[in-house]
Design a binder for this molecule. Structure first.
Ligand code: F6R
Length: 243
């Protein structure tokens, strides 16, 4: 495990973007595993900037996202498809048909999940998986208690996740109660993992994830078992680890 300490969110974003761009430069036809939420927005902005300067080329890149709300489609501005288009895909030369996100509009759970596992297999697996960290230690939408061996599945979101995500919705009642997510098994099969963490509210979860017992009760703790884990976290997120 490598831990890079960043001064703040901006510094974390730049460092994370550097790692992602190195992946794209070293392997132009790579498969990026991507995340939504607040954590990666700054890194995406940095990648867009470098693309616009001519330093990055996404034309052969494929992406697979971690998760999507069940019931939301691309036209819903709260959907993760909408988020990815507006925060990254619309601004770089990625082939949109090579960007994959679980199909939130497929209400047949088994079908949606099988299809997504199939997508991940067909693209040849993930070269680098970008992850944010939930306050409760979740990764993707793998909430505390989920079995490590699960692949893509449908989850009931916990109260803490609904609470954390309501900031993106008009009201808490509008937050979908279920989501499709890659499972821990899909995530752990990525060749490399890049975990980005910012802010004091994540400090406890980050400490437990990296140095606590490996347990499904804190899903991110499984990352300790990955052979190529890079963590980029800011001073606040690392405040309970660094003395
Ligand atoms: C997003 C995702 C989630 C977030 C996590 C942190 O695709 O899968 O696990 O990474 O909830 O969210 P933020 O970055 O908003 O604090």
């Amino acid at each position: 495990m490598i831990i890079y300490k960043a001064k703040n969110y901006q510094d974390m974003s730049r460092k994370a973007a550097n790692i992602l761009s190195a992946q794209i430069i070293m392997k132009p036809d790579c498969v990026l595993g991507l995340a939504t939420g607040s954590s990666p927005v700054g890194a995406y902005q940095q990648l867009i900037e470098w693309y616009k300067k001519g330093d990055l080329d996404f034309c052969r890149v494929t992406s697979v996202n971690l998760d999507e709300y069940k019931g939301l489609g691309p036209d819903s501005d709260q959907s993760y498809r909408y988020f990815m288009n507006s925060n990254l895909f619309d601004h770089v030369n990625i082939d949109i048909s090579h960007t994959f996100i679980p199909n939130g509009l497929e209400l047949d759970t088994k079908k949606a999940c099988c299809e997504y596992n199939e997508v991940i297999a067909q693209v040849g697996g993930i070269d680098i998986q970008l992850l944010g960290l939930g306050n409760n230690g979740h990764i993707g939408f793998n909430e505390p208690g989920v079995a490590f061996e699960r692949e893509t599945h449908c989850v009931d979101l916990t109260e803490s996740t609904i609470e954390a995500n309501k900031r993106f919705f008009a009201s808490e009642a509008d937050v979908p109660r279920q989501a499709y997510t890659m499972g821990i098994k899909n995530i752990m099969q990525a060749k490399k993992i890049l975990l980005i963490v910012s802010g004091k509210s994540k400090a406890q979860a980050l400490k437990e994830a990296l140095y606590g017992p490996i347990t499904p009760l804190l899903p991110a703790s499984v990352l300790q078992l990955h052979s190529d884990l890079t963590v980029v976290a800011d001073e606040e997120a690392l405040s309970l680890i660094d003395k």
